[in-house]
Design a protein around this ligand. Structure first.
Ligand SMILES: Cc1cc2nc3c(=O)[nH]c(=O)nc-3n(C[C@H](O)[C@H](O)[C@H](O)COP(=O)(O)O)c2cc1C
Length: 446
């Protein structure tokens, strides 16, 4: 497996035009799938998605079938009712792959429980669109496993599984072609990606002077034409550097539109030869405030507050992961909710205490009910954010009992796995699985 750096290189490599058209199209697709009553749908489009690509494509797929006069419904794999496989005759699966060939969080229960059982699926016709990235060892691992499991239990493929490498347009066109044929229509809805807009840097500040880690910049951007587009806490921004226009990078947005600017926290990357990373080097150092920044927004449905807006929020993360968490916290605070708890980890309090003044202000004002910090290098034994989870186990259980949602943002290596293990220990696997299925445990890790 390649290492994913904070610039979300892996995720960004998965982008290509016509693929990650999340922003406004998701809402349109959502409207289409909500219009089909659950019980009446002849076709289920089941998606297992982490960052929204599979979800978006499922919405488009259901919309295409609906255009052809069929009843179709897109449903998240975590919401698939027990018995759905035995009741449904036609299911299209769209599944991404994470970890080391694993299902995304929303497919974890299906992969662990359903795919561990041996139902008779001889009544079922299906197809699989597997999303992945061929630079990983287990390319499209979950989609492939799913396809194999369905076939092994007697289900009949409508057509051969389609593997999509980094959003490759030709593979998606093949899927769209098959769906058009099933729907009996060439009149497919628009699957095109939204175009990039022109932005400029309004301010840029080093957020961790003197840090033992790589420099991290807080960068505020505004559109050239002055009108800020709409986004929600949890959403992402895609930018491409002039030196490397084919590989947009993805960053969590740290601010809300009401603040009048789009803020990012960008870690400056260096390659092994010491040269600056193409996108981070440009954004953090080279780009002038007169330069045009090509940027587009990406709705990240799985990391938005959505149904959790009124629930207590437990935000857990490290490093530049504070960007996504800050937007979520700000959104709840602006809505008048003070039952927010941040558990944050970095290296040294003296240099890496990001957003220090704001967090302390929020704490003093009661906008933040709790703030727990782990600075790994401030004592002889390393202390990470997962240690905080264990130390505050009882408080965490109380918050979850009160209905809290848990959002984790930051590095995949070390942090996300460690936090997941600690949460499993503190809450129990069953509870954590149930929280995942209910959308109360959400992760944006990279
Ligand atoms: C941390 C991480 C791990 C990944 N692991 C794999 C993998 O093991 N195999 C693979 O084919 N793709 C892997 N991918 C690529 C995703 O499956 C791919 O980007 C997919 O399009 C994401 O779809 P989604 O937005 O619906 O979650 C990984 C991506 C990330 C960010």
């Amino acid at each position: 497996m390649i290492t994913i750096d904070p610039m979300r290189l892996g995720g960004a490599l998965a982008l290509s035009s016509g693929y990650l058209a999340m922003c406004f199209a998701i809402w349109r697709a959502r409207a289409a799938r909500n219009s089909v009553p659950a019980a009446d749908a002849d076709w289920l489009v089941v998606y297992a998605s982490q960052t929204g690509s599979a979800e978006y494509l499922a919405g488009q797929t259901a919309a295409t079938l609906t255009t052809g006069g069929l009843s179709a419904r897109a449903v998240c794999m975590s919401h698939l009712e027990a018995g759905a496989l035995s009741k449904s005759g036609r299911i299209l699966f769209i599944a991404s792959t994470y970890g080391e060939g694993d299902a995304p969080d929303s497919g974890a229960r299906f992969a662990g429980e359903t795919m561990d059982s041996a139902p008779d699926l001889s009544h079922l016709h299906y197809a699989v669109l597997a999303l992945g990235d061929s630079s990983y060892t287990n390319y499209c691992g979950f989609g492939r496993a799913l396809d194999g499991w369905l076939a092994a239990h007697g289900a009949t493929p409508l057509f051969e599984r389609i593997d999509v490498d980094r959003g490759k347009a030709s593979a998606l066109a093949e899927w769209q072609h098959h769906i058009g044929r099933l729907a009996g229509t060439a009149d497919a809805p628009d699957w095109e990606a939204p175009s990039y807009g022109d932005w400029r840097i309004a301010s840029r500040a080093l957020a961790n002077p003197g840090s033992a880690g790589a420099p991290l910049y807080r960068i505020a951007l505004v559109p050239l034409d002055g009108a800020l587009p709409v986004w929600e806490a949890g959403d992402l921004a895609q930018l491409s550097a002039p030196a490397d226009p084919e590989h947009p990078r993805e960053y969590s947005i740290a601010s809300l539109p009401a603040e009048g600017r789009l803020e990012l926290m960008v870690r400056l990357q260096r390659r092994e030869d010491g040269s600056l990373g193409a996108a981070s080097g440009w954004l953090c150092e080279t780009a002038l405030d007169t330069d045009v920044i090509r940027l587009r927004l990406r709705a990240h449905q799985r990391f938005r507050l959505n149904g959790n807006a009124a629930r207590p929020l437990i935000a857990i993360g490290n490093g530049s992961g504070l960007a996504g968490l800050r937007a979520l916290l700000k959104s709840r605070i602006d809505a008048g909710h003070g039952d927010n708890w941040l558990l944050f980890g970095e290296r040294n309090a003296a240099h890496d205490y990001l957003c220090r003044e704001e967090l302390q202000r929020w704490l003093a004002a009661g906008s933040l009910a709790r703030l727990d910090l782990a600075f790994s290098r401030d004592q002889s034994t390393a202390r990470y954010v997962q240690h905080l989870v264990r130390e505050h186990a009882q408080t965490l259980r109380n918050w979850v009992d009160k209905g809290a949602a848990i959002y984790v943002c930051g590095s995949l290596q070390g942090m996300a796995g460690g936090v997941h293990e600690a949460l499993t220990e503190v809450l129990g696997r069953e509870t954590l699985d149930a929280l995942t299925a209910a959308g109360r445990y959400r992760r944006d890790v990279y």
